[in-house]
Structures are given as C-alpha cells and as structure tokens.
Design a protein. Structure first.
Length: 368
C-alpha cells in the first residue's frame, strides 16, 4: 500500500474552472483574481486581500509595505520554513530568532518577552508562524507587541481556516500572508495572498506586486512582478469552497491518530491548546530516539512522511554567516525529534489504520 504524505484535492470542478479561463483568452491577472481576493478576504474576515504569485512573495511584500529596511530587526521563529526568515533578509532586515514552545512548535511568549525586555525598542516587527496549522498564543503575543508598539505579521502559510478563540488566524496582525502551494490545505498550483484591514497598506502592496504602479505605465517606486494569474485564481475559488470540509476531514484523521496512538509510550502526539481550532496541515509526532529508523521503515513500506524541519533556521548556512551563532534549545531538540505522517483529507480509513499499525509495530519491535 503506497500512501503519499500529501495529495491535492483536485477534480473536474477545478479543471472546468481552468478551461473557462483558457477559453476566455484572458489568462493573466483579471476578474478571476479580483473575485478570489474578495472571497478569501471575506472567508478570513478582513477587508483587503492582495493575491500574489506565491507565499514567499506575499511575506516579502507585506514586510516591504511595512517599511522593513536594511538592518531593521524582525523577531521570528527559528523552527519554520526558510521563507519566514529569508523574506526578512530580502528586505535587508535581520531576523531575531525567538525560541519555541516544544509542545506547540510555535513561538514561546516567555522567550519573546525576554527578547523584548532586552531590545524591544529596536524591534520593527514580529513575524509569527502558525506552524503545522496550529494557531500561536495570540493574546499573549499581542499584549507584548502592544506594550512595545510593534506590528505583527502573521505567516499563515500552513493555517488556512485555523481559528484562535473562534476567530480565524490571518485577521489579528497588521497583515498576514498565505501560501497556496500544492501541499497546502488549499492550492492554486502556486500562489499567495496578503490580508489586511488597512486600506493604505493594501494599496502599497498592490503597487509593489505590480512594478510600483497603480496606473498602467506610470510607476511611483521600484516594484516587482508578483501578480497572480486568473488561471491560479480560478482554481483557488473552487478550492476555497472545499476548504472547511477538507479541514474537518483533517481533524477527523488527526483525532483517529490521537486515539490510536495515545498509549504508544515511545512517541508524543500533538498538543492542542484549549484556545485553538487547528487545521492539521501536518500531523507531527515526536520521537526521542530512532527517528531515522522509523523513516527507513516508512520508506520500505512506501508510506510518505516529512521531517519539518531537520535544520533550524539559525543553523542554515547562509543565515548563520550573517547572524552568527545562536542557541535555541527547544527548536534544536524538535528538529531532531519531529516526524510528520499523512493526514490529508483523501486518506481512506484502511490507510489510516495501516499507518497506525505500522507505527505500533515499529515501536514494539524496533525499540527492542
């Protein structure tokens, strides 16, 4: 039985939507993009949505619009995909890493408080990441940010539809950035989205992704070509209609794992705080030992898995060359222990049962 770690949920409705765009003869940014922007903004609960070419460009443009410039300091997590830090660096900024809570994998408010006590008045922004689809402890982080008057950017690349105390993530900060890569909870093939409730901020983002222009062939400042196409947007509109049901299925799959793996002492299943409605972009367990052996066992059985992320960002070569040594013990320990297993909504019951049986067998036999 071959089971992939992720699988985009694409059917005839997406194919027909793309064919409609192709038949129209208008393939670039147009009415379909505007429609998708409005739909996604309404879904998250914000007034302004700016579609982009990918999630990384969404993060970068949000930071540029915020005014992040050379040598500006931006706090973020060292335990995430590289784009969270590289987007800061592409603006000329310096990532200031904040260690994580090893149970939630998200920024630890206590660690953040320590950073802000030391250099809060020199911090230009805080970029939080709702990793694996689990919301950060937003109230605690917002309280600290407000104390020092620091804007928050939310990296929601893995958190489409996740909720913090009944409100969707992506609606709390100055701005948020989403990714629609094929492995995400919804996809446009490639694509991203910036969300904000600030009209002037949104206008600047729109100009930045369009060569610094809001009127064709008139350019007010240096910009970029980070527009989304109508082809991608057409897929996104269909995917958005499926999102709540897909997320519900992910939670059902995760709950099955939680029940069936709760008595396996060798692994630690995900913690879900009372404030969070997660969307399980990943279902990530932790193993103190033998992760490499489990990976090889899954390879033999043709079961997809992921290690997100094996090297924390402060240890990545190009980042280390710029910021020097750092020690973030929780991020470092998690990078040695995390192991993500399939949780996507297309999994069948027998596939979930097979994955559980393999893990239980490995933990009984592989540890002896």
């Amino acid at each position: 039985m071959k089971i992939p770690i992720s699988k985009p949920n694409i059917d005839d409705e997406e194919k027909n939507a793309v064919q409609e765009v192709l038949n129209s003869g208008f393939l670039a940014q147009g009415k379909k993009v505007a429609k998708f922007e409005e739909e996604f903004g309404n879904y998250i609960g914000v007034s302004q949505a700016i579609a982009t070419s990918n999630g990384t460009s969404a993060l970068f443009i949000a930071l540029k619009a915020l005014g992040i410039s050379p040598n500006d300091k931006v706090v973020t997590t060292p335990f995430t995909f590289v784009a969270s830090a590289s987007s800061i660096m592409q603006c000329g900024g310096i990532p200031i890493f904040c260690d994580i809570d090893s149970r939630t994998f998200n920024i630890d408010p206590n660690a953040l408080e320590n950073i802000l006590k030391k250099e809060g008045h020199s911090i230009k922004a805080i970029l939080i990441v709702h990793l694996y689809g689990l919301p950060c402890p937003i109230d605690e982080i917002m309280a600290l940010a407000n104390l020092y008057n620091i804007p928050i950017i939310e990296d929601c690349a893995q958190a489409h539809g996740a909720e913090y105390r009944g409100k969707k993530v992506g609606s709390f900060g100055k701005a948020s950035a989403f990714s629609f890569y094929p492995t995400k909870n919804m996809t446009t093939g490639e694509g991203g989205m910036i969300l904000t409730n600030d009209e002037e901020f949104a206008k600047k983002c729109r100009m930045l992704i369009n060569h610094g222009s809001d009127k064709r062939y008139y350019h007010e400042f240096l910009g970029y070509n980070f527009r989304m196409t109508d082809i991608a947007a057409a897929i996104g509109s269909v995917q958005l209609k499926k999102l709540d049901n897909s997320n519900r299925k992910r939670r059902e799959n995760a709950n099955f794992y939680n029940r069936e793996l709760s008595d396996v002492l060798e692994i630690e299943t995900p913690l879900i705080p009372e404030y969070a409605l997660p969307v399980y972009h990943q279902y990530t367990i932790k193993l103190k030992n033998h992760r490499g052996d489990l990976a090889r066992f899954f390879d033999q059985k043709e079961i997809g898995y992921g290690i997100y992320y094996p090297v924390p960002l402060h240890q990545q070569k190009f980042i280390h060359q710029i910021i020097g040594d750092g020690h973030f013990p929780m991020a470092e320990s998690c990078s040695r222990e995390v192991f993500s297993i399939p949780v996507h909504p297309l999994l069948k019951k027998e596939e979930l049962e097979y994955i559980v049986d393999l893990i239980r067998y490995f933990c009984q036999e592989g540890f002896n």
